[in-house]
Structures are given as structure tokens and as C-alpha cells.
Design a protein around this ligand. Structure first.
Ligand SMILES: NC(=O)c1ccc[n+]([C@@H]2O[C@H](COP(=O)([O-])OP(=O)(O)OC[C@H]3O[C@@H](n4cnc5c(N)ncnc54)[C@H](OP(=O)(O)O)[C@@H]3O)[C@@H](O)[C@H]2O)c1
Length: 375
């Protein structure tokens, strides 16, 4: 039995991970669950899965049911832990992820923000400690699956697919009056609020380009993105001989989660539907419109500039998204704030974790200041 920890167990990825574990309960034992403040859901989970540890990071250090409180950073290094699922938006999972890696654990990573801001540090530490990072993002899981058995093959291009989000067909002017409710209505995926808004602005796809760069050690110029509204092809790899491999399935996060948990095996899960290609019949592709979705371009630029720019990108975006969700900002202002923060930032090359956290703090207060000045 593999010992599993889930950071962010009450969220969309966390709950779907528990669904997979419920289907294969003989193969896993839960060592710990953490969330921020959702006491009710975490208590339910503790009652059902009976982990020895559980914690709400924003609340008092209380026991939840029969589970003892523990700081996430201490939880992930417990000897009985084999896999740590990191599914917390933003940077909160950064330090526990680094700790898990430095203790040689396998980290199944949904929180792409961590690789966006600290890709260099995470990859170096993974190599040093002989740990493993397994992608949970469906696109990166697809690439991982396409690369299986291709160890000696040269890659010509990684092609990430994007659903295009709810505003794929809207005109630039239409974006002004968009409400949080409209932006939260993603056409193909059910996700937490931060990643859903990032999907609507295509910032999420930009983050995924940086994530792919670090996970697969591929230069940015070899990473393309195409819009594929049906979200059936989750990503593709083009090899030097111009042959392309793709991974297809219905959009269901349980599949990449299960693959990371079952790897290197594949398991039968009757609760997931087999793909019916005749019923789907048509798959379509479009170019990304970078004029209408400036967040996508900003993310790529920040990745290429490196240093502490990706940290500023992430944190400025996080605060701008929060302001939008509170109804204090229009959707098109998100990239404006992010761009202003990137332009005003004094970067630190080869940043250490402290530099990244400093850049994060700076970007947050910069955006809030900008907002106060314009409000
Ligand atoms: N959802 C998807 O389909 C999907 C797909 C690919 C990648 N991802 C990535 O996975 C991550 C999680 O996404 P999600 O959609 O699952 O988010 P979500 O539904 O908003 O869930 C977030 C989880 O993290 C916890 N959390 C939030 N802030 C925290 C903090 N400061 N400290 C500790 N725990 C905190 C939440 O606890 P409470 O419930 O108590 O607030 C909840 O358990 C994101 O990085 C996202 O980009 C998500």
C-alpha cells in the first residue's frame, strides 16, 4: 500500500483524488489531509478515510475528528509517506513541495504555480534528491504519456492544447462587462475559482507553457499551444521525424490523477467512460489569439525573461484575479495590472526561495497600490 498525503484535499483536484483512492482503496493508505478553512468537508473526509493526520492551515491547531494536527511541512516528510499530492492554488504549497522533494518523496503536482515561480530550484532539488515529480495537469500528463518509451527520441515540439475558455469567441469589447459568474462558467472543466479565471484569460495556458518547460527540459521556442475547444486531445508531442503522438480521453481530471497514482501501471476504472470517437466525430483546432488574450503572451515573456519575473507574473495575477472575483475589477484589467507589475519590477537573477518570496510580496503590494490609486 502506498502512503498518500493530499495538500488541498477539499478542493476540486483534492476531492477527485479521493474519488480515485476510494475506487482503489486496497492500494493506498491516507497518511494526511490538509485544507485551508473548510472544516465541514475535511471532517467528512477524515471520518471516511481515517488518516492519522489532518490540518486546516488557516484555523487553530485543532484535531479534526480522530486525526492529529500537523503542519504540512512536517506531514510530507513522515517516513510512511510515499506520494504527496499538491493541489493548492498559488504559492502556499511551495515549501511543503520542496520539503517533500528533498526527502525523496514522489510529488504529484497539480499546483503549476510552484513550477512557474521556482522551476529551476525544484528541478535541481529533484535531481539532487532522486525524487520524482509527476504531473497532474491533464496537458502535462498527456505529454508524459506520449513520451513513454521514447527515451532516445528527439523532440521537435510539444503542443499543448487549450479549450479556449468561455470567451473564446467573444470580441475584445465584450470582455468589459463580464461578471465573475460568467467567467467561472468554464465550458469543459470544473475547477476551483483561481484556475477557472486563469483559464478564461488564458493565463493558465501561459503558466502551463512554463510548467512544460521545467517538467520536460524543453526550450520555450519548442512549445506551441493550439486551441482545441472539445478538450479531447489533452496535448501532443511531435518528434524529429515529424510523427506526432497524442493522448485522448474525455475531459476528466480523475484520469491524469489515476495515472500518476497507478504509474507505471494502468488500472481499470469502471466509473470512467471510454471515449466514443464516432459520437464525437469532429475535433477542431484554432490558433491562440494573443491580441485578445494578452495574459498568454505576458506569461510566455515572463518565462523567457526568467529571474524573478515569473514570480511577479504569478503573484500579480493572483491578486488581480482576487480583485476581479470580488467585483472590484474588469476582466481586461487583469493583464494590465500584470504587465505594469512586470515592467516596474527590478529582477533578481538565479533567485533563491527568499528572493522568490520577496518578489511575490512586492508584486502583491504593487498591484494593490495600483488598484487603490485608480479606485
Ligand atoms: N481543478 C482542476 O481541474 C485543476 C487541473 C489542473 C491543475 N489544477 C491546479 O491545482 C491546484 C488546485 O486547484 P483546484 O481547482 O483543486 O483548487 P480549489 O478547488 O480552489 O481547491 C483548493 C484547495 O486548496 C486549499 N487551499 C487553498 N488555499 C490554501 C492555503 N493558503 N493553504 C492551504 N490550503 C489551501 C483549499 O482549502 P479550503 O477548501 O479549505 O479553502 C482546497 O482544499 C491549482 O494550482 C490549479 O491550478 C487544477
Amino acid at each position: 500500500m502506498k502512503g498518500v498525503v493530499i495538500l488541498g484535499s477539499t478542493g476540486s483536484v483534492g476531492r477527485q483524488t479521493l474519488e480515485v483512492i476510494r475506487s482503489f482503496d486496497k492500494k493506498f493508505h491516507l497518511v494526511g489531509l490538509t485544507a485551508k478553512k473548510n472544516h465541514q468537508e475535511l471532517s467528512k473526509q477524515v471520518q471516511e478515510f481515517n488518516p492519522p493526520f489532518a490540518a486546516l492551515t488557516n484555523e487553530a491547531k485543532e484535531e479534526i475528528g480522530a486525526a492529529s494536527w500537523i503542519a504540512p511541512n512536517d506531514l510530507v516528510k513522515k517516513p510512511e509517506v510515499d506520494i504527496v499530492i499538491v493541489a493548492i492554488p498559488g504559492l502556499e504549497g511551495l515549501l511543503p513541495t520542496l520539503t517533500a522533494i528533498s526527502h525523496g518523496k514522489t510529488v504529484a503536482l497539480a499546483s503549476k504555480e510552484i513550477l512557474v515561480v521556482a522551476g529551476q530550484i525544484i528541478t535541481e532539488e529533484t535531481l539532487r534528491s532522486n525524487a520524482n515529480i509527476l504531473p497532474l495537469d491533464s496537458e502535462h500528463s498527456a505529454i508524459w504519456q506520449c513520451l513513454a518509451g521514447e527515451e532516445g527520441s528527439d523532440i521537435r515540439r510539444l503542443i499543448l492544447t487549450a479549450s479556449g475558455g468561455p470567451f473564446r469567441q467573444s470580441k475584445p469589447g465584450d470582455m468589459l462587462g463580464i461578471t465573475p459568474k460568467q467567467a467561472l462558467a468554464h465550458p469543459t472543466w470544473r475547477m476551483g475559482p483561481k484556475v477557472t479565471i486563469d483559464s478564461a484569460t488564458l493565463m493558465n495556458k501561459g503558466f502551463e507553457v512554463l510548467e512544460a518547460h521545467w517538467l520536460y527540459n524543453i526550450p520555450y521556442e519548442k512549445i506551441d499551444v493550439i486551441v482545441h475547444p472539445e478538450s479531447i486531445i489533452h496535448s501532443l508531442v511531435e518528434f524529429e521525424d515529424k510523427s506526432i503522438k497524442a493522448q485522448l480521453s474525455y475531459p476528466d481530471m480523475r484520469l491524469p490523477i489515476q495515472y500518476a497514482l497507478s504509474y507505471p501501471e494502468r488500472w481499470t476504472n469502471e466509473s470512467m467512460d471510454a471515449l466514443d470517437l464516432i459520437k464525437i466525430s469532429t475535433l477542431t483546432f484554432e490558433k491562440v489569439d494573443e491580441e485578445r488574450f494578452p495574459c498568454f503572451r505576458l506569461a510566455r515573456q515572463a518565462g523567457e525573461m526568467g529571474a524573478t519575473f515569473p514570480a511577479v507574473l504569478q503573484s500579480a495575477d493572483e491578486i488581480a484575479v482576487e480583485l476581479f472575483l470580488e467585483g472590484k475589477l474588469d476582466l481586461p484589467t487583469i493583464p494590465e495590472y500584470v504587465k505594469a507589475a512586470l515592467e516596474a519590477h527590478s529582477p533578481k537573477e538565479n533567485p533563491a526561495i527568499e528572493d522568490i518570496l520577496e518578489a511575490d510580496k512586492w508584486a502583491r503590494s504593487y498591484v494593490l497600490e495600483q488598484h487603490d490609486n485608480t479606485a
